[in-house]
Design a protein around this ligand. Structure first.
Ligand SMILES: O=C(CO)[C@H](O)[C@H](O)COP(=O)(O)O
Length: 242
């Protein structure tokens, strides 16, 4: 049974519920990570159980989502077995007017990006507070290799010194006083940038550092965003045509 939403996550549930309208029987779905994506997984499980969709198969973007999806009765496969996906539904930490995103608050950015980019369409679901004019108030997660991480951090800081940003603090993400480790065995640096003036340039300069695997900047990846409000209403925005 679906849990009852608190007032705070009613907007997340509303967005997740609206995203079910994009699902059809037989689809191969990328399943995102985070509290909003959790709502989608639970509601999708209920909808499949009630017979609204048949033969849906999911590819989870994290161990956490995979466990929830199994508990929700969804049929799962791997990305390699699916080959290509029809639709990915995932949350975000920030969404700008062009539907560029910051993701990775939950530490799953790499698998989330791999799955979203192997999908015909990606729909972002979020509560209305995630809609921003300019990306950067939420710390930008950057996934890095543990080997030589302090050197990588120094190289990231050198990129930031010349970047069009309003803050330059970097911190290794911790979980109970030890480095947070992603499902892929990597670490995360969180960059407090305040405002990112040129996200494309920043993303390409950061991924050019050998120890950097990827950043939480999802630029031109999302096709649509659904924002949910606490009163249960939603607003849908499509990405500008390329
Ligand atoms: O990118 C993510 C995980 O890596 C999440 O989608 C993002 O952090 C939003 O999470 P939530 O829905 O809990 O606010």
């Amino acid at each position: 049974m679906t849990k009852t939403p608190s007032a705070a996550d009613a907007g997340k549930r509303a967005a997740a519920l609206a995203a079910l309208d994009d699902v059809q029987s037989g689809m191969r779905l990328g399943l995102g990570t985070g509290s909003t994506a959790d709502w989608f997984v639970r509601l999708l499980g209920e909808a499949c159980g009630a017979g609204r969709f048949r033969d849906v198969v999911g590819v989870p973007t994290s161990l956490r989502t995979g466990e929830l999806a199994e508990r929700s009765g969804l049929r799962l496969t791997t990305l390699d077995d699916a080959g290509w996906l029809d639709l990915t539904v995932d949350g975000a930490d920030e969404v700008d007017p062009e539907l560029n995103l910051i993701k990775g608050g939950g530490g799953a950015l790499l698998q989330e990006k791999i799955v979203a980019c192997a999908s015909d369409r990606m729909i972002v679901i979020a509560d209305a507070s995630k809609s921003v004019d300019v990306l950067g108030a939420f710390p930008l997660p950057v996934e890095i290799v543990p080997f030589g991480w302090e050197t990588t951090k120094a190289l990231v800081e050198a990129v930031l010194a010349d970047a069009d940003v309003s803050g330059r603090e970097t911190a290794l993400r911790l979980a109970r006083d030890t480095p947070f480790i992603t499902d892929g065995g990597h670490m995360i640096l969180d960059l407090r940038l305040g405002r990112i003036g040129a996200p494309r340039r920043l993303a390409s300069e950061l991924v050019a550092i050998p120890g950097v695997i990827d950043t939480g900047l999802f630029l031109g990846v999302a096709d649509a965003a659904i924002f949910g409000r606490e009163d249960g209403g939603t607003e849908r925005r499509d990405a500008p045509k390329a």
